[in-house]
Structure formats: C-alpha cells, structure tokens
Design a protein around this ligand. Structure first.
Ligand code: KG4
Ligand code: ZN
Length: 348
C-alpha cells in the first residue's frame, strides 16, 4: 500500500509518499519563498498560480525518488483546508484527477491533523511515543501546533479525535516572527532569520513583555509585536520604509529578546496545560517547531516525554498529509469526488 499526499495550502507545493507502515518513501517540496520574499509575505494569487506550474513536476519527482509507479499507488490524500482557497483548489483538483484516473480512493486531510501526524512518520511501532502505542482518553497527548497561520493547543484523545483547548487571539506565532523580522530589517520568512540573528546576541536587553492570558490556554502575540515596534521607534529604525537599518548588534539583541519571550510563553503554557489535562506526552509540530530554542526548552522543561519531528517534517510537506491519510483510511474516512476546499476548516 502506498499513499500519495498532496499539500498546497499555502506557499509550498509538496508531495510525499508513505507506505502501510508509515515509513516515508518520498517527500518533495517546491518552496515559493524566493518568489514571495520580495513582497515581505505571501501573495495569494501568485501562490496559486505557482502551484499550477509546479504540481505536476513535484508529483513526478516524488514518484521517481520513491521508485514508485503511478499504478503502485493505493490512495490519494490531499489537504482541503485550512489555507488559502486558491492554493487549496489547485492541490484538491489535481488529487481528484489522479484518484479518478487511477480508480483509487480520495482522502481529504485537515492540514492541522497533517502537522500532528508528522510525529508518527518513520517511528518504530508506528507511534511517536516509544512507550505509548495507544492514544485514548486515558492516554492523551498534548499537541502544540505552531506555524505561520496557526497557534493551537490541541488534545489528541484518540486517532481522529481532537479538541482545541487554546489558540491565538490575534497573530499566529510564525506570523509574529515574520512581522518582527520585517521591523528588524531581516528577510522573509522571519523565523529562521530571527533564530540566526539571536545566535549573535552580545548582551541581554530589557525583556519584551510576556502575554500569559492567565486562566486560559489561549495565546496572544500582537502585544509583543507592538512592543518591538515601539522600541524600534526609539532607536529610529521604524517604520521600515524609512529604512534606517538597525545595526547587526541591535538586530541580534532584539531578536534574542523577542525569541526568549515567545518561547517562554509557549513552553510554560504548553507544559502547564499538559499536566493539568494529565497528558502522557507532548508533540510539537508546525513550521515554528523548527526553532531550536523552542525545541530545546520544551524538552528541558517538560516532565513528560516530548516528541518533535525532524525539521523537514515540521514545515509544510506532503509526507505528513500522506500519513494523516493513512490514519483516515484506517478510520474509513474517505472523501467524495464532490469534496470542496474549506479555507477556515477547524480541527475537532
Ligand atoms: O508550517 P509552516 O511551514 O507553514 C504554515 O502552515 O504556515 O510554517 C511557516 C512559519 C513561518 O512563519 C516561519 O517564519 C516559521 O514557520 N519558521 C520558524 C522557523 N522556521 C520556520 N519560526 C521560528 N524559528 C524557526 N527556525
Ligand atoms: Zn502548515
């Protein structure tokens, strides 16, 4: 059994293949970062048009890499939401065409479930928690999904059973990284740039505020962004169009202070929630899970096991969609050919 997973919800045209054991056979990603970076963010129409140009080649590359023929495929899994409507439509229609012509089932996948199931790829015994093969009410897992569009704390109570217990009230954490990077004169996407710059921090500056929103598991990142902007004005490098670029020292020290603040809140709130819900493990996924400080701090602070996929499975990819497809098919969740995209799809 080989499941092909297609992901085009945002600015990556991605196709992956997993086998019936959840082993990754291929995972090819065509990133559009170079195309969008000069705009300082993603331009939806450019993104969907680029998906049209890339999707066939990316699919053929994945098949070639895995040494798989089209006729070897048993299922086509595809992201149908959440994401940019125009981008989702390209992947979904391509997937329908493939499933139809090969006469095999179509499996629609929630992008956020895809991020979560990335933690299952390539794991022995098919589980991200070495001791825990079962996920049920007694063996819950806390999932922190952190990406450019999402910041969600989700409890997994079983395969295909998710409950959002906290989410951002304004900016997604990746969005905050991207916006703050722009203020600091760093490139898009901002997350990796802020991480790189913070490694060169020479001194600790006054910390940026932490938004705890006590009594809830929700997050907020717009306050810290405003705080970075206000302090930037004092140094004279805001607004960005005035382009007095901050020097490398300021860039590094601001980046470190910003990253420290965000990581502190994400880690402490996630660990507290996991303990209060008596979870058996924590999974960290999504593009921002590529952040080294976040990975290291969560592992250091959590009293329960933490599972974090390798970086290429944290950022958007097709293998995670194929893996979610594998679980959906075990739950007999197949999709009709009339499946439509749902840009604001939630996880439940
Ligand atoms: O999951 P993803 O690839 O796409 C979405 O579904 O949004 O996440 C992209 C986000 C971007 O905001 C990017 O700045 C952030 O992940 N990111 C990082 C790092 N690498 C990527 N943020 C912090 N540190 C990183 N190392
Ligand atoms: Zn994503």
């Amino acid at each position: 059994m080989f499941i092909l997973g297609i992901e085009t919800s945002c600015d990556e045209t991605a196709v992956g293949i997993v086998d019936h054991n959840g082993r990754q056979i291929a995972n090819i990603v065509a990133s559009q970062i170079g195309i969008h970076s000069s705009h300082g963010g993603i331009v939806p129409e450019i993104a969907s048009r680029q998906h049209i140009l890339d999707i066939r080649e990316v699919t053929l590359s994945a098949l070639k890499f895995g040494n798989i023929k089209l006729r070897d495929l048993s299922h086509i899994a595809v992201t149908y939401g959440p994401g940019l409507a125009g981008s989702l439509i390209v992947g979904l229609n391509f997937a329908k065409g493939l499933a139809c012509s090969l006469g095999i089932p179509l499996i629609g996948v929630n992008h956020l479930e895809g991020h979560i199931y990335a933690a299952w790829i390539n794991n022995d015994y098919f589980s991200p928690m070495p001791f825990q093969q079962i996920v049920d009410e007694q063996n819950k897992i806390m999932c922190l999904i952190v990406s450019g569009g999402h910041t969600e704390m989700v409890i997994m109570k079983g395969y295909g059973q998710f409950q959002i217990i906290g989410e951002t009230r304004d900016d997604a954490v990746g969005e905050a990284f991207d916006k703050v990077a722009r203020v600091l004169g760093l490139k898009y996407p901002g997350g990796p740039e802020i991480q790189k710059a913070s490694n060169f921090s020479s001194k600790e500056i006054e910390p940026f505020p932490r938004s705890w929103i006590n009594g809830t598991h929700d997050f907020s990142f717009s306050g810290i962004k405003t705080s970075v902007i206000n302090r930037s004005k004092i140094f004279g490098f805001y607004p960005p169009n005035n382009r007095v670029l901050p020097d490398k020292d300021i860039q590094a020290n601001f980046s470190k202070a910003f990253q420290d603040s965000v990581v502190d809140v994400l880690v402490k709130k996630t660990v507290n929630a996991a303990i209060s819900y008596e979870c058996k493990g924590i999974i960290l996924v999504g593009g921002v899970a590529a952040n080294t400080a976040l990975r290291e701090n969560l592992i250091a602070l959590s009293p329960i096991p933490v599972s974090i996929p390798p970086i290429d499975l944290c950022t958007d990819n097709g293998a995670m969609i194929a893996m979610a497809g594998l679980y959906n098919l075990q739950l007999k969740k197949f999709s009709e050919m009339s499946l439509d995209v749902i840009p604001n799809l939630r996880i439940s």
